[in-house]
Ligand binder design. Structure first.
Ligand code: WTA
Length: 662
């Protein structure tokens, strides 16, 4: 037994929490919550689709919409048609006009400890100066501008500047490789790029521009680029032809006044490329009226954001979570949104808690993978800090295991903050399945019921609702304002990927299929089980196994490859690669290195394989299909069950033996 009295108390606490599988929102939270009316579920059902006017009402419209939902051409739904608005005016001008000029809009923390605050007034000025610069460079309404930047304030500034002049942005995650940048710029025919010289990671200055330049060499049309100087003297860079310095541009256009362009509600606000079943990334198209209303509404109802809050979503703006819940949702509501450039364990493992304490953060939203790391590091790190400013916690990106949920609830929330476990996707634009923090009981590990107005259920392969406790698939039966409108330049793929599986066009029944497995309980709470397509979720990052496979087979000497996700304690899933070499090729260390390098070059370090297993054969069904399930089970160390239906059952032991060697 330990003689530390605290550890005993912790033991008791753990034991008590272990038993508890439902948690009610604390009274102190309920009293002040944005959404407190229990009838909301019912009224949204009764008044659907007009209920969504509540979301649209959170915005300022240049001209009122005529119709809430236009469904003449299903599933190409349109929302708030006839309405006009500008996203940057909604995120900036109206708050400045309402007297919030001096409120902090963005509170930025650099990895090395420097901070920058942009008030709403300052942010508006900077956005106008950059919007004027973009126009000067030739950017016109509807031109797609690619933004390839890490977590520096110039990224949201560039997003809002694009929105101001009606140029859709396409943000490419800074951790993606040069090839990934080129693929996305080519697909979007994007002729403008905003990037930066570099940034800090664990104290080291990383050269980002080199990667951007390499990417540009793979773009098949001319590109005008702008480079932000993040590192100053730390890294000298040469602009090269057709490139401009961000600082010079903004200085030159300082004080410019750029009228926000009135955009049709259905005009594209941005494109976001995400992984799907094939190797080609999908350009998810989001619109100005529906997306922004939905981002604002869910920020209000689920994250409980108020203008006077300091709110922190510790995601990267390069993913949809950052778009909706670092930039558009919080700024539309006029709150202070935090941005952190670096990693959570630099310089120490208490970095995030130190930031929360110093900034008196009210709301904190992160991914389960991060929580599992915090758990591993130990509760002493948060315990060193005063986290009492926190009122609400959230998670997103992957299933959260009950143990991690309870750790978060206790050691970060001090049992005083509700946790919202929010299920959604790049395609949905905003949260879909989660508890409402003041109204619904929380069950650790279970996202919760669908939000009011969201008609989601769990069905079997034939589309019939499954019984409580049985596994099935999530489907959504009614449209919602934040939904993607199509895949850029590819309506066919849009129909195929999301609507084919469960819809019945003959009887005009359109069902959205998110490609997630799930269970539902007697109370209608949905537990997400994970993707059922060829997408894997590594540390909350969505990656396509086909994209990784194509990088692996691109290595000379590789004959065939299969990439699957295997369970991982911290990352949720990790990348497992099974490789068959061409005759005469040796499974050497240098071959392994070339494979890993090719994946990093093709996608980025986030896709780096956990393990590369060389095998003479892959397990195949009698019809010759690779048994991916089996490879996943091998990678996860699961029981393999019956393998007798394989054409080559003996290969299983062989591969499993190699995985163990790793
Ligand atoms: C998974 C991220 C369980 C899911 C917002 C989904 C989740 C994919 C949760 C989308 C959650 C997201 N619980 N799984 N709370 N949230 N997912 O497009 O598999 O990067 O389909 O959007 O993440 O990933 P995406």
């Amino acid at each position: 037994m330990s003689d530390d009295p605290d550890s005993d108390a912790d033991g008791e606490l753990e034991a008590r929490l272990e038993e508890q599988d439902a948690f009610d929102p604390p009274e102190s939270f309920v009293e002040q919550a944005n959404v407190r009316d229990e009838e909301i579920y019912e009224t949204f059902e009764e008044e659907w689709p007009e209920c969504w006017e509540q979301a649209a009402d959170l915005l300022s419209w240049d001209s009122e919409y005529d119709t809430v939902l236009e469904d003449d051409d299903e599933p190409f739904y349109e929302w708030f048609t006839g309405g006009e608005l500008n996203a940057s005016a909604n995120c900036l001008d109206r708050h400045v006009e309402d007297g919030a000029k001096n409120r902090a809009a963005i509170q930025w923390e650099g990895e090395l400890g420097e901070t920058r605050t942009y008030t709403y007034g300052e942010l508006l000025n900077e956005v106008e100066a950059f919007a004027a610069s973009l126009r000067d460079l030739g950017v016109e309404e509807d031109d797609v501008v690619t933004l390839y930047m890490p977590m520096i304030p110039e990224l949201p500034i560039a997003m809002l500047a694009c929105a101001r002049i009606g140029a859709p942005h396409s943000v490419v995650f800074a951790g993606f490789s040069a090839d990934a940048l080129a693929t996305r710029m080519n697909a979007a025919e994007s002729e403008y790029l905003v990037t930066c010289d570099g940034y800090y990671r664990r104290g080291d200055a990383l050269n980002h521009k080199e990667k951007a330049d390499k990417g540009l060499r793979g773009v098949d049309h001319d590109v005008t680029s702008v480079v932000v100087d993040r590192l100053g003297d730390e890294l000298t860079h040469f602009l090269g032809s057709n490139a401009h310095d961000y600082g010079d541009l903004v200085e030159e256009h300082a004080g410019a006044s750029v009228e926000p362009v009135s955009r049709d509600a259905e005009d594209m606000l941005f494109l976001m490329y995400t992984s799907g079943t094939t190797g080609e990334p999908k350009g998810v198209k989001h619109t100005t009226g529906g997306y922004l209303s939905y981002a604002a509404w869910t920020s209000h109802a689920v994250l409980d954001i108020k203008p006077e809050d300091t709110y922190w979503c510790a995601a990267d703006i390069g993913w949809i979570t950052g778009h909706s819940y670092i930039v558009y949702g919080p700024l539309a509501l006029g709150t202070t949104t935090m941005m952190y450039e670096g990693t959570p364990d630099y310089p120490e493992r208490d970095r995030l808690w130190e930031i929360i304490e110093r900034n008196r953060v009210d709301i904190f939203y992160t991914a389960p993978t991060a929580i599992r790391s915090f758990m591993k590091w130990g509760e002493q790190f948060p315990a060193e800090h005063d986290l009492s400013s926190l009122r609400l916690l959230g998670t997103v990106g992957e299933p959260i295991n009950p143990r991690a949920w309870k750790w978060y609830y206790t050691h970060i929330g001090n049992e005083e903050c509700p946790i919202v476990d929010t299920w959604w996707q790049t395609e949905t634009g905003g949260m879909m399945i989660t508890t409402l923090p003041a109204l619904t009981t929380m069950k650790p590990g279970t996202a919760g019921p669908p939000l009011p107005g969201i008609d989601a259920q769990v069905v079997d392969a034939a589309g019939q609702e499954v019984e409580a406790g049985k596994a099935g698939y999530v489907t959504v039966n009614k449209p919602w304002p934040g939904m993607l409108r199509t895949l850029y330049n590819n309506d066919d793929r849009f129909l195929e990927e999301y609507w084919q599986e469960y819809s019945d066009p003959d009887s005009d029944e359109w069902v959205y299929f998110p490609e997630d497995g799930a269970k539902i309980d007697d109370d209608g709470y949905i537990t997400i089980l994970g993707r059922v397509d060829d997408v894997i979720n590594v540390s909350g990052h969505r990656l396509g196994t086909m994209e990784i496979e194509s990088a692996v087979v691109g290595v000379s000497g590789v004959a065939e490859a299969a990439v699957v996700g295997g369970d991982h304690d911290v990352k949720g899933e990790a990348v497992y690669t099974y490789v068959i070499l061409e005759d005469g090729q040796e499974a050497t260390e240098s071959m392994r290195e070339r494979i890993v390098e090719s994946v990093e070059d093709g996608i980025g370090p986030i896709a780096r394989p956990e393990s590369v297993v060389f095998t003479p054969e892959l397990p195949k069904t009698r019809s010759g299909k690779i048994m991916r399930r089996l490879l996943e089970d091998i990678a996860s160390g699961n029981d393999l069950g019956d393998t007798s239906t394989l054409r080559n059952p003996e290969v299983v032991d062989e591969i499993a033996g190699h995985v163990d060697d790793e």
